[in-house]
Design a protein. Structure first.
Length: 295
């Protein structure tokens, strides 16, 4: 039975890319479902699947994160991994779908949970925004903040793997927006591997992701999805088109995860990849610790 993948809201569940991709469980916010009901839901998932990996965005309300930790504590279960991610909503949904794809493979629950950090580096998540005046999750220069108040200003922003921002002018021309330039003034540095692109349209009327971004990044295919409910809050405006480029093929994802050396967590004995256990959060034994601050 594959490891269960869960999310904190239904808008983080994208349609499957193939019939083998299992669904994701949704653990609603504390104000929409009582604690006893959530405990019963999680206990049922553990009985059916053995282990549970919950993808929890860093931007969720503190009460939602507390609920997840309370459930794990009350069930006294070491079979629940709470994986945090700083990706924007659509990028998080892409990551969740990739974990769903990998859950049917021959990976242990520990490797699957730890793979979330690895895969996040291969998701190019961004948006075209009508304003960056209230954008808090991506570094924005003062000039861009000022220009963000101007009528008709459009910005292309990349939140990860590395933050970038460019201003898009009329007719597809642009000028550097402040955080980082990518060579061309109206270009975002894209992946050097084959990707698909998923986009979700908000209240901004622009075809820039399909007419400029996709050809520039040599995207193989473009799909559209519903805009996650949390996207306007994350990006600071409802005038946006969110996008995410990602590795779409399961064999490639499988090879990527398989190529990383596997270790055993010295604390909970779960298998892991990378430098931190996805279940207990313990760092890899022998990993370099930050130097102590004098005084």
């Amino acid at each position: 039975m594959p490891t269960a993948i869960a999310v904190t809201s239904a808008d983080l569940v994208l349609p499957p890319t193939d019939p083998q991709t299992p669904p994701a469980a949704v653990l609603p916010a504390p104000d929409t479902r009582p604690l006893d009901a959530t405990l019963a839901d999680v206990r049922r998932l553990l009985d059916q699947h053995g282990h549970l990996v919950v993808v929890c965005p860093d931007s969720v309300p503190p009460a939602t994160a507390r609920r997840l930790h309370s459930v794990r504590s009350l069930l006294e279960s070491d079979r629940i991994a709470i994986v945090r991610t700083g990706l924007p909503p659509l990028g998080t949904a892409v990551l969740v779908r990739q974990l769903r794809q990998l859950s049917v493979c021959d990976f242990s629950p520990g490797v699957l949970a730890a793979a979330a950090r690895l895969l996040a580096h291969y998701v190019y998540a961004g948006a075209v925004l009508g304003s960056v005046a209230r954008l808090d999750h991506v570094p924005v220069g003062l000039t861009s903040h000022v220009k963000g108040w101007l009528p008709g200003a459009h910005f292309a922003v990349l939140a990860g793997p590395a933050p970038q921002l460019v201003r898009i002018g009329s007719g597809g021309t642009g000028s550097s927006g402040g955080s980082r330039s990518s060579g061309g003034s109206d270009a975002l540095t894209g992946p050097e591997f084959t990707t698909d692109l998923v986009l979700a349209r908000g209240q901004l009327a622009t075809d820039w992701p399909t007419t400029v971004l996709a050809p520039g990044w040599r995207v193989r295919a473009v799909q559209e999805a519903a805009l996650p409910e949390s996207s306007p809050g994350w990006w600071g405006t409802g005038k946006l088109v969110e996008f995410a480029a990602y590795l779409p093929d399961l064999p490639v994802l499988h090879q990527l995860v398989s190529s990383v050396r596997r270790e055993t967590c010295h604390w909970c004995r779960m298998e892991l990849i990378g430098d931190r256990c996805g279940f207990c959060g313990a760092p890899l034994a022998g990993a370099a610790e930050p130097a102590a601050t004098p005084g």
